[in-house]
Design a binder for this molecule. Structure first.
Ligand code: SAH
Length: 264
């Protein structure tokens, strides 16, 4: 009989591998097996040592993703075989990451676990887009919500409280419902001219940043053909984005690619 292994629920951050914590990096080196989602970036996966088994449980072209129940069972069975398991998740495991569902399952099965926080998309993508989440005089708080709902479900968010001009609103998984979300916020009284930001693949070399207003965000995002993973930030602090821009935009990255650099 093996002793049960431990499952580490580890946040991989938003994409840039240098945003991993020291603890996450150490655990990747100590792991017997890494179970990861689609959201974990290639650059982070590249840090997993060659001898460590990797199991992808996210959707990928042509392959079916595991259900949450199947993932839960997989973690239990790997731990029962005595493995040191790193369950690697994009961003933070406890922010829209179902890490807590996995932790509850492990606890109920008597499997030891630890949680390693990661930098969540709201914090990282806004920073890399030059947008502070709070700023004296512009925003005194942050609300983070999911914009993901099934088609047949009403979006049951508390729109009047989300339409707060004094707080920054961050929407995860909002792409598919962006028009509905924008309309609800406008109906709840948020001004159409409220600055709005969409960030695609934030903190990666192909990050795209789109600056708009609440009123025209859905149309602009569609026109730009932006795709997931997409984070939306709405509020007055977005007005600082031009002045605080510091990370290369994808266009600049293309021009800075080594074979494209023309030296005078
Ligand atoms: N646990 C993750 C969130 C998982 S939900 C975290 O803490 O960040 C998935 C959603 O997160 C995506 O639909 C998108 O809205 C957001 N997201 C995660 N990484 C992102 C990135 N690099 N760029 C833009 N959005 C991102």
């Amino acid at each position: 009989m093996h002793e049960n292994g431990t499952v580490y629920l580890v946040g991989a951050g938003p994409g840039d591998p240098e945003l991993l914590t020291l603890k996450a990096t150490r655990l990747l080196e100590q792991a017997d097996v890494v179970v990861y989602d689609r959201l974990v970036s290639e650059a982070v996966l590249a840090l997993i040592p060659g001898g460590v088994s990797r199991i992808s449980v996210g959707k990928a072209a042509g392959r079916h993703s595991l259900t949450q129940d199947e993932i839960n069972e997989l973690l239990v069975s790997l731990a029962r075989r005595g493995r040191c398991v790193v369950r690697l998740k994009g961003g933070d495991p406890f922010v829209f990451g179902r890490g807590s569902e996995e932790a509850l399952h492990l606890r109920r099965r008597g499997i030891a676990f630890e949680v390693v926080p990661g930098i969540t998309a709201a914090v990282a993508c806004s920073a890399y887009a030059g947008v502070p989440l709070t700023h004296r005089g512009l925003s005194r708080g942050v609300q983070m919500v999911t914009g993901h709902f099934r088609d047949d479900e009403p979006i049951d968010l508390d729109w009047p409280s989300l339409a707060d001009p004094d707080a920054t609103l961050v929407i995860y998984m909002g792409l598919a419902n962006l028009a509905r979300i924008s309309n609800e916020l406008l109906s709840a009284g948020l001004a159409p001219g409220t600055p709005a930001l969409a960030v695609q693949s934030g903190t990666t070399p192909v990050q795209q940043r789109l600056l708009a207003t609440l009123g025209d965000l859905p149309r602009r995002v569609a026109a730009a053909g932006l795709s997931a993973p997409l984070l939306v930030v709405i509020g007055r602090t977005v007005s600082l984005a031009d002045e605080l821009d510091w990370y290369l935009t994808s266009e600049e990255q293309v021009h800075a690619a080594p074979d494209r650099i023309v030296r005078a």
